[in-house]
Design a protein around this ligand. Sequence first.
Ligand SMILES: [Zn+2]
Length: 245
Amino acid sequence: MVSQTIGLLKDELPVEQETLLFSGDVKTGLVLVDIVNGFCTVGAGNLAPRVPDEQISGMVDESVKLARVFCDNKWPIFAFLDSHHPDIPEPPYPPHCIAGTDESKLVPDLQWLENEPNVTLRCKDCIDGFLGSLEKDGSNVFVDWVKTNKIKVVLVVGICTDVCVLDFVCSALSARNRGFLTPLEDVVVYSRGCATFDLPVDVARGIKGALAHPQDLMHHIGLYMAKGRGAKVVSEVFFGTPKEP
Ligand SMILES: [Zn+2]
C-alpha cells in the first residue's frame, strides 16, 4: 500500500536527477548537514533511529566517501552540528542533540573531520543552518565561508532531506538570488547522500499528536521541494577530468 502510494507520487511529482562530474576546476564546497549521532546512530537519542536504517546508513557512507575526496584535495567542507541548550526546547521535537553530549557530535565514521584544516564546524540550535550561521554581530559564518573560499557550487548531503537539508537549501538559494552569496552559482543536493527519519502512519496513529512521516515518501518530497526552489538534484557524483572537446 505504502509502496504503491510512493510509486504514484513519484509519477505525479517526478524528480529528474542529474549526474555531477567534478573536474576540479569549478570551486566546490561540501556541506554536511547534521550527520551527528543524535540523528544517525542507532539508539543514540530521541530522534535517532531505533533500529538499523538503510537510508540513513547509506547517507553516512556516501558522505564519508565525499568527505575523504574533499579532504584529500584540501577542498572546503562546512559541517553543521545540531546542538541545543538543555533549557531551550525546539518544538515540535522532543529534546535532542544537547550541546556537549555525544548526540551533537559527528558520527564515528566522520569524527576525524574535527582535525582537518579544510573543515569548518558549525553548531546550530535551529532547523535552518543558514539562520544557524548568523552571529550576534549580524555576520554569517556560512556566507563568509562561501566568499572566503570563492565557492561556486555547494554540494549538500545529510539529514533530514525534507527538514534541515531542505530549509538550508531554500535559504541558501534565496540568499544567492539576493546577491549575498557571490560567487555561488549552484546549490546541488546529492540524493543518495541524504536521508530522513521514518515514522510510518500506523506507528504515528498510536502516538498522541504525532505527525506521520513515512521515510521514502518524505525523502522524495524533500528532493522535489528542493528542486522546485531551484536546487540541482543529482543521483551520482563522479570525480575526473572532462574529456577534451
Ligand atoms: Zn535540533
